[in-house]
Write a protein that binds this ligand. Structure first.
Ligand code: G6Q
Length: 549
């Protein structure tokens, strides 16, 4: 049965009417009228506790949102993903990152091939390679063990590895150093290599297509650096490995297919951190811990696949995000991990959410008449509190926030952790309940300052709380956000797995490169602004005095 257009579905219409009645109340009143609200509006899965009682919802909102998910065919679409159907319609591909974390004993046959067998064959290859490097058995060209690992990749081939490395640093080998080079800005590569010895350095060239200009440019310069340092082209064999779906291009680059770790076109770049793209993560934390990470992902996948929607953590998170976006008009979401090791999580989630759901047409190509993906951004707490939280508390735009906390620190030190965690709870409290003029006055505030100190409150938060950051927990947390994104995309009826806007960027610059490089003045046929900018750039580039050296 095809669902009606989104805004004509009965649950959508009911949610619009319901939203209008909710406008008359606020979180202060909702909590005052319902002392058990905080006990009830919560959910848990795989050790991640979600308190959504400080969202601007009631039981009725949640009931209607769950209705909307059902009416939109979320369950069927989820099952299609798990069956390996080509739900990425614009690229005609299956979407099977869930297969990357299935246990060896599982089986998923797609187009006649058991993809779980293929996944585990690569995991075995990665494990044996990682063990050899970690044990010092893999020798570099001059017979030295590897001490430095440099991952070269961009977008999905960088953000996952760097986020996971930072997140799991506590569990990583400290006698190995890890560097992540993504930007085609030469400074990124030059600074990463500055203090490294080539004979102890391993490069992982991570690129699904092996055709990405930034990555190939960095990889080519890294290869030149290595050959210059070691004086021998054959050194590449011991110092370069590739992670890709494209064996021909890897071979053409000069990397032995023996040193290649494959993945498949059914793994999207931003969903690839636990494919062979995670090789740097496995080198850092070792195969055993890497499998714990996969187990965490898989456990959340199973929860998403089987739990009823009203107890399903990713479904609830997705529905709340959709509620804030489409019914309360919030265009932006802040993600604030109160865990230093998760400092790159906001950047990772930014790609996951915005590249997946920043779409303007539905699966059949019709233009949407509702808002899709929000802007995601964030910083680790409590640093954000001393800068942009001002706007979250008192700005004219309501910004829902996910606050992510842990009950234990991996580096317990005096009272640091309780101070940190108190901020999670206090921020959620202040955002929800604010401060009235009377409360401000009661603090002895002079009358002319009172309006400035009033906080209107009623600002929604999710609080996600877990015991401690482990590889398993990280897997579950990332899968939680992945499936929340899926839930939203399924209701919006968009393709959350293509990225034509990103593809555009890959070709646009290529036309301009020769115009910047050309020795002779090129004839420019762009718009007048682009022509002027290119001409100015060429003039400034010729002006040797502007370097300051
Ligand atoms: C991810 C995107 C994009 C991609 C990069 C790198 O979903 O498609 O971020 O990961 O453009 O692409 P390659 O891995 O092919 O180099």
């Amino acid at each position: 049965m095809t669902a009606l257009p989104l805004r004509q579905r009965s649950a959508w219409l009911a949610l619009e009417a319901h939203r209008n009645t909710l406008r008359a109340t606020n979180l202060r009143t909702l909590f005052a009228e319902d002392p058990k609200r905080g006990q009830r509006l919560r959910a848990e899965a795989e050790g991640i506790h979600l308190d959504y009682s400080k969202q601007r919802v009631t039981d009725e909102t949640v009931r209607l949102l769950v209705e909307l998910a059902k009416e939109s065919g979320l369950g069927e679409r989820r099952d299609q993903m798990f069956r390996g159907e080509h739900i990425n319609v614009s690229e005609d591909r299956a979407v099977l990152h869930v297969a990357l974390r299935m246990p060896k004993s599982a089986s998923l046959v797609v187009d006649g091939v058991d993809v779980v067998d293929e996944v585990h064959a690569v995991l075995d290859q990665m494990s044996s390679f990682a063990t050899r490097v970690r044990e010092g058995e893999w020798k570099g060209h001059t017979g030295k063990a590897i001490r430095n690992v440099v991952n070269i990749g961009i977008g999905g081939s960088d953000l996952g590895p760097v986020m996971a490395y930072e997140a799991l640093r506590y569990y990583s080998r400290r006698d190995l150093t890890f560097h992540f080079v993504s930007n085609v800005d030469s400074t990124d590569l030059v600074e990463a290599l500055r203090d490294l010895r080539a004979d102890e350095t391993l490069f992982i060239i991570s690129s699904k297509t092996f055709g990405t200009l930034e990555t190939l440019t960095n990889a080519t310069s890294a290869r030149r650096w290595l050959i210059e340092q070691l004086g021998d082209e054959s050194a590449i064999a011991k110092h370069f490995v590739a992670v890709s779906t494209n064996a021909e291009k890897v071979a053409a680059f000069g990397i032995d297919p023996e040193n290649m770790f494959v993945f498949w076109d059914w793994v999207g770049g931003r969903y690839s951190m636990e494919s062979a793209i995670g090789l740097s993560t496995m080198l850092a934390i070792g195969p055993e811990r890497y499998f714990e990470l996969l187990d965490g992902f898989h456990a959340m996948d199973e929860h998403f696949r089987t739990a009823p929607f009203n107890e399903n953590l990713p479904v609830l998170m997705g529905l709340l995000a959709l509620w804030n976006r489409d019914f309360l008009g919030s265009a932006s979401v802040g993600v604030m991990p109160y865990e230093q090791y998760l400092k790159r999580l906001p950047a990772y989630l930014q790609q996951l959410t915005m590249e997946s759901n920043g779409k303007h047409v539905t699966l059949d190509g019709s233009t949407v008449d509702y808002d899709t993906g929000a802007l995601y951004w964030g910083e680790p707490g409590t640093n954000g509190q001393h800068s942009f939280y001002q706007m979250i508390h008192q700005g004219t735009t309501v910004i829902p926030v996910d606050l992510i906390g842990f009950a234990k620190s991996l580096n317990a030190l005096g009272e640091h952790h309780d101070i940190l965690s108190s901020n999670v709870f206090a921020q959620a409290q202040a955002l929800a309940f604010g401060k009235t003029a009377d409360e401000v006055r009661a603090e002895g505030t002079p009358e002319h300052v009172v309006p400035h100190r009033v906080m209107e409150g009623n600002r929604p938060t999710n609080v996600l709380l877990a015991e401690v950051l482990t590889p398993r927990l990280l897997g579950s947390l990332v899968a939680l956000y992945e499936h929340s994104v899926f839930t939203q995309g399924a209701i919006w009826g968009i393709d959350s797995f293509d990225q034509w806007g990103v593809e555009l960027g890959k070709v646009l610059a290529v036309a301009i490169i020769p115009e910047l490089e050309s020795e002779t003045e090129p004839s420019l046929a762009h718009d007048s602004s682009t022509n002027e900018l290119i001409t100015l750039y060429r003039r400034l580039k010729r002006n040797e005095d502007t370097h300051g050296n």
